[in-house]
Design a protein around this ligand. Structure first.
Ligand code: HEC
Length: 115
């Protein structure tokens, strides 16, 4: 499959090289249209982070008052640290937490600019 598609994708790459719309920010081999705030980010954060990192958390369990992920805006502001602690890194949440695949997805979503 890869061998068949490779020449084709090189063609496409040439064809779109001058196209200013081609998303040069996308990491290699990643389809940045797949993971979005709606279908991934928001539910991921609700499941694993907002229990402590929300302005409406009943008990923040020591999470810093300024570190909230209630909005996409706040997420984007801290996405590098989010990736360090919960994507590539595994120190957030402090206990339990996402599967390795979900952490990979978080890194990918962040790498794509949190669409
Ligand atoms: C059980 C509560 C709890 C949950 C759930 C939790 N955190 Fe935290 N978080 C903390 C505490 C406590 C700190 C401050 C101590 C520290 O930095 O380890 C913190 C600090 C942070 C910081 C700021 C410090 C830094 O390294 O920049 C980030 C970013 C962060 N958490 C990301 C996350 C992400 C992403 C999730 C979800 C995957 C998450 N946390 C889930 C308790 C929590």
């Amino acid at each position: 499959m890869f061998k068949i598609l490779l020449p084709f994708s090189i063609l496409i790459a040439f064809a779109t090289a001058c196209d200013s719309d081609s998303s040069s920010e996308e990491p290699n081999d990643v389809d940045c249209s797949l993971l979005t705030y709606q279908n991934f980010g928001e539910p991921f954060l609700a499941d694993y982070c907002l229990g402590c990192h929300s302005s409406s958390a009943a008990n923040r369990n020591g999470a810093p008052g300024a570190v909230n992920f209630d909005t996409l805006e706040e997420v984007r502001t801290r996405s590098i640290r989010m990736n360090a602690r919960a994507g590539i890194g595994m120190t957030m949440p402090p206990v339990n937490g996402p599967s390795p695949q979900e952490r990979e997805d978080l890194s990918q979503w962040i790498g794509c600019g949190n669409p």
